[in-house]
Design a protein around this ligand. Sequence first.
Ligand code: BGC
Length: 246
Amino acid sequence: MEILGIDIGASGIKGAPVNVKTGELVAEHHRIVTPQPSTPEAVAEVVAEITGYFNWKGPVGCTFPAVIKKGISYTAANVDNGWVNLNVEELLATATGYPVLVLNDADAAGIAEMEFGAGQGRGGVVIMLTFGTGIGSAIFIDGKLLPNTEFGRMEIRCQEAEHQASAKTREEEELTWKEWTKRVNEFLATMEKLLSPDLFILGGGISSKHRKFLPLLSTHAEIVPAQFRNKAGIIGAAIAARRHFR
Ligand code: BGC
């Protein structure tokens, strides 16, 4: 069975049909740069463009980089403020003409990794972190998601973690891998102090470069790169939609 998964990010919006029984993309993903300003209307148009590109007729799973409860977004850390208190599911269902399930982007990435990737079959406390424009988090307890955790926004020495250690910050401040991992290590140590995880899965765009930075990270818990890299959001969105619309 196939479901169209769409991953809305602060810099790009990408989608692809996903075989939800295997977690594989059944076509090359299609990516469009996120409009600036990233208003709900402009983003909804892009989502409709992606469903049109695949000539998609059916339910859609879609991620969004915010706290999402019952289809409504409550935050807008890296997107236009017009998203706060907005029913994203309604907006996108109107734009595409099909039912849409919306969930937090890191939660979706975690769902994909737990089902088919680096967290497959892993019990205990697993923390997925995505490093991109911001830092997303998803926590699983014996495979069950605790949704909408926002650990990237946790303050460490009076500054949100994602403003110190996201992939975007690394680029903007031109940090070396050593400088950047020093900040990530502080973030991971704080997470460990609070949550004692058994496994960290590191994802987001930066995970393709894991050979450069994983050896510089030191945690008590095991730490592995995301298997689906930055496609995890697309895959997780499709899996979540399949579960929801079943
Ligand atoms: C948002 C989170 C999101 C993360 C990664 C943060 O700024 O608050 O909801 O998961 O960025 O995109």
